[in-house]
Design a protein around this ligand. Structure first.
Ligand code: UD1
Length: 425
């Protein structure tokens, strides 16, 4: 029997109401990896997503115990007990479940003094090298043997602090170094480190467990190694890309929605773009209201950059909104090689997009129409949902497993706002 895994979206229903923005996947994943080094911790606002379950499966394989509970406010809490860690490898099937499982490497090495993992390989966004992760871990005293498929890591003496200047502010590499250096002897300094809010959240978690991490105003990360981490109860930051996605859904479908439990300061590169497109925003401390009742206007160009620049993960949802805007918008992708696969799917719905290499030009059209389309990756899939909400007729979006990696109850939440989405799994 053929497996169905799709959304059927009936477009042109105005959105109206409130949305609670769930915890950030990209903050939760490195925190779960780091929990390997702590006795026992409770992660509040942990999103209930397939990528998080993949991380949980890795923790269980390593010997941790995990438990999901619901707190008084109905929010999910994931507890992890790491006192029984017995394995130091990640089998190939678990590595494949989630490409970003590489962020477990630093934690396993710090905990076991050795690690065996399979090589993560490429992904939907193009090649996904880990050279920066590996060269940085080597500086901390890790010996790494690569045989093309497998990585064998060991620490012949002790992990020790080092001065590391990253050639590019890689988010995952910064996280891996921070986690490993927490238990290294002496001081580690990471220059040209990534500055994403998820990095600050990881530092907040590790510090709450007894680590000594300082993030300087220029983004340099200084880690003073400690002997042991305790446990803690920690609340994950809200997901900024999920917030952007709901804003773009509203821009495409029209209407007025209020995002609650969000941090608008994490969206400082995206909100001005939406305002320029003609969306009216009311920005509170932890709330964000968007009102889109007039035709959208294009913006001249949007260029993705490391934080605090325009996030690469927000490109696809904003591109979906730009399909409806009057005029042309140029998108320049500077982080990943292959980030425009979803553009061809948008074209099936009547969008006018020309993409080549790292540049895509979107010429706005009056209306998109329903079509049969396929998710190509997580954020590309979310963009198809946003576009379908503003399209005339029915859109069938296949392969939504990509979307389920990063969005909790996307269909139910949008339906509660007045959308019409059937989810078939
Ligand atoms: C994280 C996010 C992802 C986001 C990205 C950029 C998670 C789980 N994922 O991914 O959603 O899109 O940050 O904000 O947090 N690179 C190398 N060598 C390396 C490491 C990275 O060349 O060793 C390159 C990558 O191929 C890519 C660029 O650097 O072109 C950015 O990658 P990086 O910042 O590491 O992204 P991730 O941590 O994988």
């Amino acid at each position: 029997m053929m497996e169905t895994n799709r959304y059927i979206v009936d477009g042109l229903h105005r959105l109206d109401g409130e949305v609670w923005v769930h915890g950030a996947k990209n903050a939760a994943l490195p925190i779960l990896a780091a929990s390997l080094l702590c006795d026992e911790c409770e992660i509040e606002n942990c999103p209930d997503l397939s990528d998080v379950h993949a991380a949980e499966n890795i923790l269980k394989h390593l010997g941790c115990k995990t438990l999901w509970e619901t707190d008084m406010n109905g929010k999910k809490v994931l507890s992890i007990k790491s006192t029984g860690v017995s394995a130091c490898d990640i089998p190939d099937n678990l590595m494949r479940e989630m490409r970003s499982s590489i962020v477990f490497l630093g934690a396993i090495i710090a905990q076991c003094k050795k690690a065996t993992i399979s090589y993560p390989g490429g992904c939907e966004l193009g090649p996904r090298p880990i050279d920066i992760h590996l060269s940085s871990l080597r500086k901390l005293g890790v010996e790494i043997q690569e045989d093309g498929e497998c990585l064998e890591c060991s620490v012949p003496q002790k992990l020790h602090g080092a001065e590391i200047t990253l050639p590019f502010p890689s988010v995952g590499a910064t996280e891996n170094i921070m986690i490993a250096a927490t238990l290294a002897e002496g001081e580690t300094v990471i220059r040209n480190a990534a500055r994403e809010p998820e990095i600050l959240d990881l530092a907040g978690f590790l510090n709450a467990c007894g680590a000594k991490i300082k993030i300087l105003s220029d983004g340099t990360v200084a880690i003073h190694g400690v002997n042991h981490l305790t446990g803690c109860r920690y609340r994950v930051i809200p997901d900024r890309i999920v917030a952007v996605t709901y804003l773009c859904c509203c821009a495409a479908a029209k209407g007025e929605i209020l995002l609650k439990g969000t941090k608008p300061e994490h969206l400082s590169a995206v909100l001005p773009v939406l305002e320029e497109m003609g969306c009216k925003l009311k920005i509170g401390r932890e709330e964000l209201q968007i009102c889109c009742n007039t035709p959208l206007q294009s913006v001249s160009s949007i260029s993705t950059m490391p934080y605090p620049g325009f996030p690469t993960d927000a490109l696809a949802p904003v591109m979906a909104a730009a399909c409806f805007a009057h005029g042309s918008t140029v998108f320049i992708e500077n982080i990943f090689q292959d980030r425009f696969k979803h553009a061809w799917e948008l074209c099936r719905m009547g969008a006018d997009i020309q993409a080549e290499g790292r540049i895509a030009v979107v010429r706005g059209v009056e209306c998109l129409h329903g079509a049969r389309v396929r998710c190509t990756d997580l954020r590309g899939g979310a963009a198809l949902v946003a576009a379908a909400l503003g399209a005339r007729g029915k859109t069938v979006i296949e392969d939504i497993r990509h979307v389920l990696r990063g969005y909790e109850k996307l269909d139910k939440t949008l339906n509660s706002l007045g959308a019409s989405i059937i989810c078939e799994l």
